[in-house]
Design a protein around this ligand. Sequence first.
Ligand SMILES: [Zn+2]
Length: 336
Amino acid sequence: MASCGHSWSWPVTPEVRALGLGVAALRYASLGYAVLPLEPGGKKPHGMLGDTGGVHLASRDPRVVRAWWSAHPAANIGVPTGLVNQLVVVDLDTKGGYDGPGNFERLRAERGWALPADLAIARTPGDGWHSWFRLPPQASWCPEKPAITAGVDIKGDGGYIAVPPSGRMVHLADSESSRSEEIPVAYEWVTGCPCSPPAAPGWLPGWMAEKRAASPDVPVRQRGTGDDDDLTDIAWRCVHARDDDLKTQKDKQLIPHGKRNEVLYRAGCILMLKHRNEGAAWSRLVAINDTMTAGPLGKRELNVLFRSAAGWSWGRIAELNQVWTASLEATRSLGL
Ligand SMILES: [Zn+2]
């Protein structure tokens, strides 16, 4: 059992019998993850989702999750990676003779990349490893880009993974008796818990950006082009700048002059979602306006912009609260 007290196996009660893996799917939803049903014992999106949509139909609404697994209790559980779940997963594979774990260790040693001490790692039935990392809420750099090096994939936007306690049929061949059979093997959490994956270490976004730049079929984003993601990136950096950097005004040019309104609006939204408190968000936004652009907006103009950002944010916060409350109720009713 992880130190948070979450166990990922359940006693077989009538409820568990009826919902099957849905009990765990509801737990993921209550932790804030959107989930989707996968084929029983498999990795493809479940047929009940129809031909289109797949991973994009993932939901964290407990009513939806309950309905899916009531109909198909044996469905495996999929969790989309990327911005939708603020999740990036390093997938280390040992299939096909790859030494994913070894290759990843060598790459890390070469580049001097540290890992957090409190990893959240699930073992896959194929003797692979999924290491979970939390993305910052407004990250915009998370493309699906598999095969970083042999046996090492990064799962980002558009991707998904099967999660514990889903099962897979694994082919076992016994060379002595020349018998072969398929047995079900479960994904399992070996360390940490999805309730608290560590934040993505600083080198990870850099690494992904590098891979994105090196890939001919993915357009490379130029800094300062002023497209939406770029502005959100800048706003994110403003919000998370160190207090010292604000004091020394080290980033006086960070916000492009012609894009002050757009960036400050985004920063206001990020601050509101972070603090859920107008006073705290406003004072930080004032500091950002004063120190991170060469020509700060006037206070009155900034306040109008902040009112509008706060209005949007309260709506979003209410939605999030609703989802959380509903998830918690559903989970409580299961006695989990
Ligand atoms: Zn936990």
